[in-house]
Design a protein around this ligand. Structure first.
Ligand code: ATP
Length: 922
C-alpha cells in the first residue's frame, strides 16, 4: 500500500538487532493525508489528520536523514502493523521512499548530481553555453531519433545540420565539417541498428515474410524520444529511445570499458523506474557510446563496442531514488551543495576553475576551494534573495506538473489548462519521419493553449496515458499537431516549462558575476547614472518625448522612460533607436511580449523608411515563426541555412529585435550591443530585465509601473520590476511622458489624478475633445441620455455570485445592442471583466466580433469604447481587479467612451472605487 503524508516531527534513526543481524531504522512521525470529513469541510477548521509512525528500514534511513518536519513523504509497498493499539507502517523489501514527491527532479539533474552535487548547482546557475560539443551532441541525438523513425541517414544529417546553421555559424563551423563529425557518430548508431536486425527480433518483418525488406525501426518495438513524468518518484525526463520497453541512452563520447559509466547507468535507471511505473518490466539498460566506432583499433585498447548493456537491478533503482531524495531535500531546505556530499575528485574535474571562482565570488563553502575576492555583501544578499525567489517560482512550475494528475480532465479544462473531449481524426506520417495528428474540437471552450505552443498531446491522460510532446500547428475547430510519435490524440494539456526559470537564474548569475563594476554600481544604487550632453532636437511637438530621446541617446549607463497609457512610448522608442543607429550604434530592441517587440519594430521601420537612414536589411527580428507577427516575418532571422550566411545576417544587423525570453537563449547570449531598449519593462522581473540588458553597454527601460506588474506565480521579490526599483532609486535618470494621444479629456481625468499625480494631459485639443460622434455613421443623439457622456455608470444590483454576475452580463448584452443601434461597429467595442468566469459568461451571450477579456489581455491595446463589468455585489473583499494597477489599465483603454457596470453600494465601500463613482457620476 501507499502511505503518504507530511513529516510531523523529528526523525529518530537508530540501529537494532534483528534476526538478520544489525539493522538501521528510522522512525518518522507522519501526518497522513486523508479525506476531509464533512464536518471539517463545513466548518472552516483545519482538518485533523491522523498522525502515525512510519519505520524506514536499512538504506532508506539515508533518506530519512535529510527530511525535516513539514516535508512530504511517500512510501510505496508499505506494510501495516499494529503496535500498542496504534496502526503504524513500515517499509518492505519492495518499498520505495520518496521525499517531496511533487518536487519534480529532472533526470539530467540527477546525473549531474551523482557526478558531483556542486556540478549540478553550477550547471543550474549558469546554463549550458553555446559550444561545439553540445551542438554536435544535439545533432547526433536528432539523427538517432530520425533513424529510429526510419529516415535515411544522409538525408537526416543534411537536414539536421542545415537546421542548425545559425548556431554552427556562430561557432565558426562549416556544414561539411559538421556533417562529417555527425556521420562518424551516426555510423555507430546505424551499425548497431543493423546488428539488431540480424541478432534480435526487433522488427516485425521476419525473414520469412519478406527477406529482402530493409530493417525499419519505425515498424519495430522501438520508439524514439519518450517524455516520462513520474507522479510517484518525483522525476521527469526524456529518454532518448525505448527498445522493447527498456531505455536506450546515447552518448557522443567514448567509453573503452566493458561497463557503461556509472552516471550513465544512473540516468538509464531513472528512465527504467518511470517505465516500470507505467506498467513496464525493465531488466536491462543500454548505453550507446557513438565515438567508440570512430576510434582506430590500432591506437586504442579496450572495449570498442559502442553499445553496452547492463542489468537493471533493484538495488540500482533504489539508489537512484535515494539520490533524487537527497537532491530534492536540499532544494526544499534551500541549501547550496558544497561538493563534500559526493566523492568526486576535484583535480579531475573540468569545472574545477569555474567552481572555485563561483565559490570565491559568492563566498560559498566548496570542496574545490575558492579563488578571488567575494562580491560585496549587498550583492551576495541580493543573489541569495533572488535565488530563493526564482526557486520558489520553480516550485510553482512543479505544482503545475502535479496538477496534471491531481486535477481531473474537467477541472483542467475549467482552469483553461487543457482542451478535452477532442475527436481523433487521423495520423499521417510526414516526410522527415515525424507525424501530423489531427483532432476535432467538440466544444468552443477557451484555454491558454495557442498556435505554436508545445503541449502534451495524449489519448486521454497526459501522464498515465499515451502522451507525446507535440507542437500546435493550427488551432481552430480542428487541431493540427506535429509530434515524433503517433498518438490518437483526444486531449491537450499545457506543458509546464522550467525554461523561463532556468533563464532567470542564468541572467541573474551573469548580471552579478559577469557584469562590470560600473553597471553594478548603478544597479545597486552606489553611483548615479551619467549622461552626455546632447543638444539635437529629436521631437519638436512634445517636450517630454524629446527629453526622453535625449536621455536615451546621451545615457552612459541607463535612462528610464515612464510612459502612461497612450503617451507615445512606441513612437519615442522608435525615435531613440533611429537616433542611436544614426550614431553608428548597434541596438537591441526588446520587450516582454512578442506583440510589443513587433509594434516597436513596426514603428521603427516606418521611421527608417521615411528618413532612409539605414537599410531595412540591417534590421533583424529573432523569434520563432509562430511568435512573430505576419507582417514582420520578412525580417525574421531564419536559423536554418548555410552557417556562414546565417551568422553574417545576424552579425551585420544593426538593430536586433527579440523578446527578453529569447535574449536568454544561447544564440542571443553570444551577441553584444551598444544599447538595449526594453519596452514593457514594468512587466518584467529584475532577472528577466537582466537577460536583455546583460547584452549591452547601456540600457533604456520603458514602461509604466502604474500598470500591470511582472507576471509571476509566487509572491516574492520577483513581483517588483527593475524598472520600478530604478525609477525610485535614480529619479534623475527618468522622464515621464505626460501627453496622451488616446483618451477624451473626461475619460483620462480619473486615471491622471489617481495614478499620475494629475500630470497626464491630452496631447492635443482634438484628443481631448474626442467623442463617438467622430466615428462615421455614429450619433450620440441616438443613445439614451445617460450614455451620451464619454463616461457613464450603469447601476446593476447584481446576482451576488462570486466570480460571475449574470445580471451584469445581461445588461452588457443590452448595452452592446444599444451601441450597435447607434451605429457603432462591433469590433470597436471591448468588454473587460476581472475574472475569467465572468469573461466566459459574457462571451457566451455576445457576438464573436466584440472583444471580451480580462485586463491582462487588454494591456497595450485600445478601443473606441470599453465596457467594464465589475462583477461585485454587496461588499468588496479587496480591490476587485486584484490590484489598483489593473483598474488603471481597464479605465485607460477607451478613446471615446467608457461605460462602468456594477453595484455602486459595493463599490462605495472602497476609497478608490468610491472616488471612481464620484467621477463617473459627475
Ligand atoms: N510626438 C507625437 N506627435 C504626433 N503623434 C504622436 C506623437 N507621439 C505619439 N503619437 C501618436 O500617438 C499614438 C499613440 O502612440 P504610441 O502607440 O507610441 O503610444 P504608446 O504609449 O506606445 O501606447 P500604449 O500605452 O498603448 O503602449 C500613435 O498614433 C502615435 O503615432
Amino acid at each position: 500500500m501507499y502511505v503518504r503524508g507530511t513529516v510531523a516531527g523529528e526523525v529518530e534513526v537508530r540501529t537494532v538487532s534483528t534476526s538478520y543481524g544489525e539493522s538501521d531504522l528510522a522512525e518518522v512521525p507522519l501526518r497522513l493525508e486523508g479525506e476531509e470529513s464533512e464536518a471539517e469541510a463545513a466548518s472552516d477548521q483545519q482538518p485533523e489528520y491522523e498522525t502515525t509512525t512510519v519505520t524506514l528500514w536499512n538504506k532508506w534511513t539515508e533518506s530519512a536523514e535529510y527530511v525535516e518536519p513539514g516535508m512530504e513523504l511517500l512510501v510505496t509497498n508499505a506494510k501495516e502493523e499494529e503496535y500498542q493499539g496504534e496502526t503504524r507502517y513500515a517499509t518492505t523489501g519492495d518499498s520505495y521512499v520518496v521525499v517531496e514527491p511533487t518536487f519534480l527532479v529532472n533526470v539530467t539533474a540527477i546525473r549531474n548530481w551523482v557526478e558531483c552535487p556542486r556540478l549540478y548547482y553550477l550547471n543550474k546557475l549558469s546554463g549550458v553555453p553555446l559550444n561545439y560539443p553540445v551542438v554536435k551532441g544535439t545533432l547526433v541525438h536528432e539523427v538517432f531519433g530520425d533513424l529510429l523513425r526510419g529516415r535515411d541517414l544522409e538525408e537526416s544529417i543534411d537536414a539536421r545540420v542545415e537546421e542548425r546553421g545559425l548556431e554552427l555559424g556562430l561557432l565558426g563551423e562549416t556544414a561539411e565539417g559538421v556533417a562529417e563529425d555527425v556521420r562518424e557518430n551516426a555510423q555507430a548508431i546505424e551499425g548497431w541498428l543493423e546488428q539488431g536486425r540480424l541478432t534480435e527480433d526487433d522488427s516485425e518483418a521476419t525473414a520469412d515474410d519478406d527477406s529482402t525488406r530493409e530493417f525499419s525501426p519505425a515498424e519495430s518495438s522501438w520508439r524514439s524520444e519518450q517524455l516520462l513524468i513520474s507522479e510517484t518518484f518525483g522525476i521527469r525526463g526524456r529518454a532518448d529511445a525505448v527498445r522493447r520497453g527498456a531505455p536506450v541512452e546515447l552518448k557522443t563520447g567514448k567509453n573503452l570499458k566493458k561497463e557503461p559509466r556509472f552516471k550513465d547507468k544512473v540516468q538509464a535507471a531513472c528512465y527504467a523506474l518511470m517505465l516500470e511505473e507505467h506498467g513496464g518490466n525493465v531488466d536491462t539498460g543500454t548505453l550507446l557510446y557513438t565515438k567508440n566506432s570512430a576510434l582506430d583499433r590500432n591506437e586504442e585498447t579496450g572495449d570498442l563496442t559502442p553499445a553496452k548493456d547492463f542489468s537493471m537491478g533493484g538495488g540500482l533503482l533504489k539508489f537512484v531514488v535515494r539520490l533524487r531524495n537527497e537532491l530534492a531535500a536540499m532544494e526544499i531546505a534551500g541549501d547550496v551543495p558544497t561538493g563534500y556530499e559526493g566523492s568526486a575528485k576535484c583535480e579531475y574535474c573540468f569545472e574545477q576553475d569555474t567552481c572555485m571562482v563561483v565559490s570565491g565570488r559568492l563566498d560559498q563553502e566548496s570542496k574545490a576551494g575558492q579563488i578571488g575576492q567575494p562580491i560585496p555583501a549587498d550583492e551576495r544578499e541580493y543573489f541569495e534573495r533572488f535565488y530563493r525567489a526564482i526557486e520558489e517560482e520553480r516550485r510553482e512550475v512543479h505544482h503545475e506538473y502535479a496538477k496534471l494528475w491531481e486535477q481531473d480532465a474537467q477541472e483542467r479544462a475549467d482552469d483553461d489548462r487543457a482542451l478535452i473531449d477532442l475527436e481523433f481524426v487521423e495520423k499521417r506520417p510526414l516526410e522527415e519521419g515525424r507525424w501530423e495528428l489531427r483532432a476535432k474540437r467538440t466544444s468552443g471552450a477557451n484555454s491558454k493553449i495557442r498556435e505554436g505552443d508545445f503541449v502534451l498531446a495524449s489519448d486521454g491522460h497526459p501522464v498515465r496515458g499515451n502522451s507525446e510532446l507535440a507542437t500546435i500547428e493550427r488551432l481552430d475547430e480542428e487541431v493540427v499537431l506535429t509530434a515524433d510519435e503517433p498518438v490518437e490524440v483526444t486531449r491537450l494539456d499545457v506543458y509546464p516549462s522550467e525554461l523561463t526559470t532556468d533563464r532567470l537564474l542564468a541572467a541573474m548569475h551573469d548580471a552579478l558575476l559577469k557584469g562590470t563594476e560600473r553597471r553594478k554600481d548603478v544597479l545597486f544604487g552606489r553611483t548615479d547614472p551619467e549622461f552626455d550632453t546632447v543638444s539635437e532636437i529629436f521631437i519638436d511637438n512634445n517636450a517630454a518625448q524629446n527629453e526622453a530621446v535625449t536621455k536615451a541617446v546621451g545615457a552612459r549607463d541607463c535612462a528610464l522612460i515612464h510612459g502612461p497609457p497612450g503617451t507615445g512610448k512606441t513612437y519615442t522608442i522608435a525615435r531613440a533607436i533611429r537616433a542611436m543607429v544614426e550614431r553608428g550604434e548597434r541596438v537591441l530592441l526588446s520587450a516582454f511580449t512578442n506583440r510589443a517587440v513587433d509594434n516597436a519594430l513596426e514603428a521603427l521601420l516606418e521611421q527608417l523608411e521615411n528618413h532612409g537612414e539605414i537599410d531595412a536589411d540591417r534590421v533583424v527580428r529573432v523569434g520563432s515563426e509562430s511568435g512573430v507577427r505576419e507582417d514582420m516575418q520578412p525580417y525574421r532571422l531564419e536559423r536554418a541555412g548555410d552557417p556562414e550566411d546565417r551568422v553574417e545576417t545576424l552579425q551585420n544587423a544593426q538593430v536586433v529585435a527579440a523578446t527578453t525570453a529569447t535574449c536568454g537563449s544561447r544564440v542571443m547570449k553570444e551577441q553584444a550591443f551598444d544599447a538595449a531598449l526594453v519596452d514593457e519593462a514594468a512587466q518584467l522581473t529584475e532577472p528577466g530585465t537582466c537577460a536583455a540588458i546583460n547584452l549591452a553597454e547601456r540600457f533604456v527601460l520603458v514602461g509604466d509601473h502604474e500598470q500591470l506588474p511582472p507576471v509571476v506565480r509566487a509572491e516574492n521579490d520577483l513581483t517588483e520590476s527593475l524598472f520600478e526599483r530604478l525609477v525610485n532609486c535614480h529619479p534623475d535618470a527618468g522622464v515621464m511622458l505626460d501627453r496622451q494621444y488616446r483618451m477624451n479629456q473626461r475619460i483620462q481625468a480619473f486615471a491622471s489624478r489617481e495614478f499620475y499625480d494629475g500630470k497626464l494631459r491630452p496631447a492635443e485639443p482634438a484628443v481631448a475633445a474626442r467623442t463617438l460622434d467622430d466615428l462615421a455613421g455614429v450619433s450620440r443623439d441616438a443613445l439614451p441620455e445617460d450614455l451620451q457622456d464619454p463616461v457613464s455608470f450603469v447601476d446593476v444590483d447584481g446576482d451576488s455570485s462570486q466570480y460571475t454576475d449574470s445580471e451584469e452580463a445581461a445588461r452588457i448584452v443590452d448595452l452592446i445592442e444599444t451601441y450597435e443601434a447607434a451605429g457603432l461597429e462591433r469590433d470597436d467595442i471591448g468588454v473587460i471583466a476581472p475574472f475569467r468566469a465572468q469573461v466566459s459568461e459574457i462571451s457566451s451571450h455576445v457576438p464573436d466580433d466584440v472583444t471580451v477579456d480580462t485586463v491582462d489581455r487588454f494591456q497595450g491595446s485600445s478601443q473606441e469604447i470599453i465596457i467594464v463589468s465589475f462583477t461585485a455585489t454587496g461588499t468588496l473583499e479587496g480591490p476587485i481587479f486584484e490590484d489598483y494597477r489593473r483598474i488603471n489599465v481597464a479605465l485607460t483603454r477607451p478613446k471615446r467612451a467608457l461605460v462602468l457596470v456594477g453595484d455602486p453600494n459595493a463599490l462605495a465601500t472602497d476609497p478608490v472605487y468610491s472616488r471612481l463613482l464620484e467621477w463617473a457620476n459627475a
